[in-house]
Design a protein around this ligand. Structure first.
Ligand code: BDP
Length: 702
């Protein structure tokens, strides 16, 4: 139980009724495997079935009505079978699949089919997952296709194997031993991703190093791409905008300079020679010190389109990030990306996607959705979530992120009337985009269990599932993951599922209740630092975000303040502007509110904040109780590792509560209300804590 196997454990099925049902379904299998993807699919079958069923399985070499299970792409099926499934196949995308029970030549059989090989691989994983999670398969009728095209991980991995904001060890990519040495981890990584439908991976940090584009590294990238291809995963790289200067001996990287254009075209051709299915580039430009087109008086469109032109002949994409906020701009940071990018809508080439973080500031425990979603109508937007928990307790805190992802995806932008959810923007259905994408900043590293916290695996898993279907519920995801990872016992699942589903609100309560945000300490973003006011740029300082003073607290983003609300559709703009209609979870995001303002439950704001922090601590106490009750269903190491982590989480929830309340109290000058535990240390003590060697740190910035 070291967690290495993730949700692909394939434990023996103990329930004899199910065991018999499954054994019958797979009693005689036809499984064509004449290419790499199908070989990998069949390999997974041959790994999983004997473990789950405790017996070997038989494969036959021809399709016949004696087969209990037939696995092949549609075009290879005999005509009479084609007739039986044709309608279902028709509605599939190229990555979709069917798993169906039907009567064939008077016999009951199960068929797994798809238009393309990759659909068969996805179906294989789904079929095995359904067994692992004890679902009935006897009269299965499943027709499924992913709703989003690019389902991608973004690794923030550096070439020295450190990982920016990575909390689970070092980078998986062992550049030194590549290309010759293929670590088993690369294969297991690809299997895990394919099992949840992830089909693209960006290997390198957005704060990019141009060296990855040199032949020495491209050879290594090629070796990884060769492994991933068999699992339907395309490789992308981050492209440093100044690469033509750094590795190309040019004097400029001006996107309109013909030499520069030529350099990129040649570079792209060189990459495709090695990696014919290379995905393309992810670019962070003119953001937090990264070079970009603006260094030459050009704009984001010039930069993105130059690269898009180079990639177009090979079918590659540019994913251009909109995470920009300028040091020369003193408008509210939350407004800057929208202000800068909206005028470019419709100007990007058709192989450019603009990647936008889920919220307008930065991966906070809670943010309203980014106003660019729905507003940017002619440009496909990729939503960027952060799976690694930069602002949510690293890999020490148990926070089930699909709850956060779901909240954002379900948010209604109202940009094309009611029901214009972020999910519909992202899957392309709202404006009929031809390309769509979801990206997640990976939380994976060399730790034995991949993600540091065992429950952080659920965030990788859940990200993949939501990328496949942004309308899935977080509850279903938690259920699936727990069954595949721990146990199918309902008495275990129900309470632990509940623990997962409440964990996100817990972290909001003990870190950033009622719309507070970015009050994290410098550099590491781990503990509280609401007092920090000495960093190079105003918008790197927590005091900029909470604006606490003798009158109250919160960032005024209404017309009396920064007027960031104007970037939302008018219905939301009105709702957010009016303190009587603003959802309370966003109160201090949009309003500067007096300490004695009355909340909906009748408490004053000060008391309400204090009680929320306490509630967060109580939530974690409750999580610990739930875990203790689950002990009978766990082995010792499974129980202990999470128990120890939850104890860290409890200690740190109290730290957050005490540090923030003591600090905010210097403005409110009010007593803590009844029910809130008294801090055990002084404010000076919390301010004095330093963590120079926190993991995943990016030393040069906030
Ligand atoms: C911030 C991180 C920083 C990243 C940056 C980004 O603190 O490490 O480089 O976002 O997304 O959240 O580019």
């Amino acid at each position: 139980a070291d967690g290495y196997k993730l949700w692909l454990k394939y434990d023996k099925i103990e329930n004899s009724e199910l065991l018999n049902e499954y054994a019958e379904i797979v009693s005689s299998i036809y499984f064509k495997d004449d290419n790499d993807i199908l070989k990998n699919a069949k390999k997974e079958f041959s790994l999983a079935l004997p473990q789950m069923l405790n017996k070997q399985v038989k494969y036959s070499s021809n399709i016949s009505s004696d087969n209990s299970l037939i696995v092949d792409v549609y075009e290879n099926l005999p005509n009479d079978l084609k007739d039986l499934v044709g309608n279902d196949i028709e509605v599939l995308t190229d990555e979709g699949f069917i798993i169906k029970s039907l009567t064939y030549k008077k016999k009951s059989i199960t068929i797994i089919s798809a238009k393309k090989n990759i659909g068969i691989l996805y179906a294989t994983f789904r079929f095995l997952h359904l067994m692992q999670t004890h679902k009935k398969l006897k009269s299965i009728d499943l027709v499924d296709s992913p709703k989003v095209d690019l389902r991608m991980l973004n690794h923030w991995d550096n070439l020295d194997r450190s990982v920016e904001r990575g909390y689970a060890g070092f980078s998986l990519w062992n550049w030194q031993k590549l290309p010759e040495y293929i670590d088993q981890r690369y294969i297991d990584y690809a299997r895990a991703n394919a099992s949840i439908g992830i089909n693209s991976t960006v290997l390198t940090n957005v704060n990019a190093n141009a060296l990855v584009l040199t032949p020495m590294y491209l050879e290594k990238v090629e070796a990884l791409a060769n492994v991933f291809r068999g699992y339907g995963i395309k490789v992308y790289l981050t492209a440093r905008f100044s690469a033509p200067i750094e590795i190309g001996n040019l004097e400029t990287s001006d996107p309109l300079n013909p030499e520069v254009e030529k350099w990129w075209s040649n570079k792209v051709a060189e990459i495709y020679k090695r990696i014919p299915d290379f995905g393309g580039f992810l670019v962070k430009a003119n953001s937090e010190g990264q070079p970009g087109p603006q260094n030459y008086g050009r704009n984001h469109v010039d930069g993105a389109n130059m690269m898009a032109t180079a990639l177009k002949p090979f079918g590659g994409n540019v994913i251009w990030r909109a995470f920009v906020y300028s040091e020369h701009d003193d408008t509210d940071r939350a407004k800057q990306a929208y202000d800068e990018f909206l005028p470019y809508d419709g100007k990007f080439k058709d192989n450019v996607l603009v990647q936008v973080k889920n919220g307008a500031i930065d991966f906070q425990p809670r943010e309203p959705f980014h106003p660019m979603f729905g507003a940017m109508k002619k440009t496909p937007l990729v939503i960027e979530f952060q799976i690694t928990q930069e602002y949510l307790g690293f890999s020490s805190h148990l926070v089930f992120l699909p709850k956060l992802f779901e909240e954002v995806l379900d948010s209604d932008t109202y940009q094309k009337g009611k029901g214009s959810t972020v999910a519909k923007v992202i899957d392309g259905s709202l404006y009929g985009n031809t390309l769509s994408g979801i990206a997640g900043v990976a939380n994976i590293g060399t730790d034995l269990n991949w993600t540091g916290h065992p429950f952080a695996q659920a965030n990788w898993y859940g990200f993949g599932r939501l990328a496949w279907d942004p309308d899935l519920s977080s509850e279903k995801i938690a259920d699936e993951w727990l069954r595949a990872t721990y146990s199918n016992n309902q008495d275990f699942i129900e309470p632990v599922k509940n623990l997962m589903l409440t964990s996100r609100e817990a972290v909001v309560n003990y870190m950033n209740p009622l719309g507070l945000h970015h009050i994290f300490d410098t550099g590491h973003h781990y503990g509280p630092g609401p007092w920090v006011d000495n960093l190079g740029r105003p918008d790197w300082n927590p005091v900029y975000y909470h604006q606490a003073d003798a009158n109250g607290i919160g960032f005024d983003r209404t017309p009396s303040g920064s007027n960031a609300t104007e970037q939302y559709a008018s219905y939301l703009e009105k709702t957010f502007n009016d303190i009587n209609t603003i959802p309370e979870e966003y109160l201090l995001w949009f309003h500067h509110v007096p300490w004695d303002y009355k909340l909906q439950n009748g408490n004053t704001l000060w008391d309400g904040i204090a009680l929320k922090y306490q509630e967060g601590v109580n939530d974690v106490t409750h999580m610990i109780q739930t875990w203790d009750n689950a002990k009978p269903y766990l082995n010792d190491s499974e129980y202990n590792e999470v128990k120890m982590l939850l104890q860290i989480q409890l200690k740190e929830a109290k730290w957050w509560r005490d540090a923030c309340l003591l600090y905010f109290q210097t403005f409110s000058k009010k007593e803590l209300p009844e029910g809130v535990e008294k801090p055990t240390q002084s404010l000076e003590y919390y301010k004095s804590l330093k963590f120079p060697f926190a993991p995943g740190i990016r030393p040069q910035w906030d």
